[in-house]
Design a protein. Structure first.
Length: 358
């Protein structure tokens, strides 16, 4: 029997096809859903990285109090959004230079929690071979060229790395983290001038946490708008909310893109806050408790978790991320405690060159 070709039958067929097409997601709808899933996955990863830093630092407090790690320890609690956000704009080939408060920078850069914890313990499996401790983390395989115990000491190093990259013309960026206290050091101003003069591929990230040790920003700087002062050297300079990881990431991507395009150095002032004292030995008597609580109410970890939940994150999803992070840190501590110290015979190793100059 031939199919009915009457107008009514054809109309019914078209209607059925239209209903089927209506039920089937369009390509645009699928692409939109895929983009939303990717964005959610990315934000979950940002949260994981910030939680890793936060829980790592919390564990350092416990271990320091138990005398399992010693020496100076400067915690990054409260500032996690800066390191995590900025690193999203960097490639594996870019270089990073940090400060003595660099646990967060190293973790965000991809240095393993295990090698950092081993370094805190002074064990030979540490990222600096157990010789550097908290303030001298270093991992050339990640192009992480270390913390620096000298305030502002990493800025000239970053300038040299950026100069080398410019001479090679390989499109790399050097990112240098430093604090508002280092902004007052001569090294910053010397480098700012040279970087603009030579158009160096240098991203300068000032983590303005309002205090240089125990000295408030307004007691050290006559002009507290540090981005405004940096701009006077002739480079783009902008403030960004350092308690919002998404804002930091967006600002860092714009900055890194401009630097890679040959625009010369770029300055970001991340307005942030450290919840803990300057270091573990600091009694922290120079800050008002209400001030600390006001900043904690804007916690970057909680803020991103709230964004995820508002976007449909399943109940308990954030807790699952936290549990995985805790397990990673537990493994790092266990591994560090079982790792060996460097043999005493190696005491003078690396003090001088292994070979005689010709």
């Amino acid at each position: 029997m031939k199919a009915d070709r009457t107008p009514t039958a054809r109309g019914t067929s078209r209607s059925r096809q239209a209903r089927t097409a209506h039920r089937r997601p369009s390509v645009a709808t699928k692409q939109k859903a895929a983009a939303a899933d990717a964005e959610t996955g990315h934000r979950r990863e940002l949260l994981r990285q910030m939680l890793l830093i936060r829980r790592f630092e919390d564990r350092c407090v416990e271990l320091y109090s138990a005398a399992k790690i010693r020496g100076f320890v400067h915690l990054y609690i409260g500032e996690e959004a800066v390191a995590v956000g900025v690193n999203q704009a960097l490639t594996d080939q870019d270089a990073v230079v940090a400060t003595y408060r660099e646990h967060g920078h190293a973790l965000a850069r991809g240095v393993s929690a295990g090698s950092i914890m081993a370094e805190m313990y002074g064990r030979s499996t540490g990222c600096s071979g157990g010789r550097g401790g908290s303030m001298h983390l270093f991992d050339a395989s990640r192009r992480f060229y270390g913390g620096n115990a000298i305030v502002g000491g990493g800025i000239p190093l970053a300038c040299g790395l950026a100069l080398a990259d410019r001479m090679r013309g390989d499109g790399r960026v050097t990112c240098c983290f430093f604090g508002d206290g280092a902004f007052a050091e001569g090294e910053f101003h010397e480098v700012a001038n040279l970087a603009v003069l030579w158009r160096l591929p240098l991203l300068l990230v000032c983590e303005n946490n309002r205090y240089a040790m125990g000295t408030a920003l307004s007691r050290e700087h006559a002009q507290t708008d540090l981005a405004l002062r940096a701009a006077s050297y002739g480079m783009p300079a902008w403030p960004v909310d350092g308690m919002d990881v998404l804002a930091v990431e967006a600002a860092a991507r714009r900055a890194a893109e401009a630097v890679r395009a040959g625009g010369g150095p770029y300055f970001l002032e991340a307005l942030t806050y450290r919840y803990r004292a300057h270091s573990m030995y600091d009694p922290d008597r120079y800050r008002d408790k209400d001030e600390i609580e006001r900043w904690k109410s804007r916690d970057p970890v909680d803020a991103l978790a709230a964004v995820l939940r508002a976007g449909g994150e399943p109940e308990g999803g954030v807790d699952e991320i936290a549990k995985a992070v805790d397990a990673e840190i537990d493994d790092a501590v266990q591994s560090a405690e079982q790792a060996p110290y460097e043999p005493v015979e190696n005491l003078l190793r690396y003090v001088t060159s292994a070979t005689e100059p010709s």
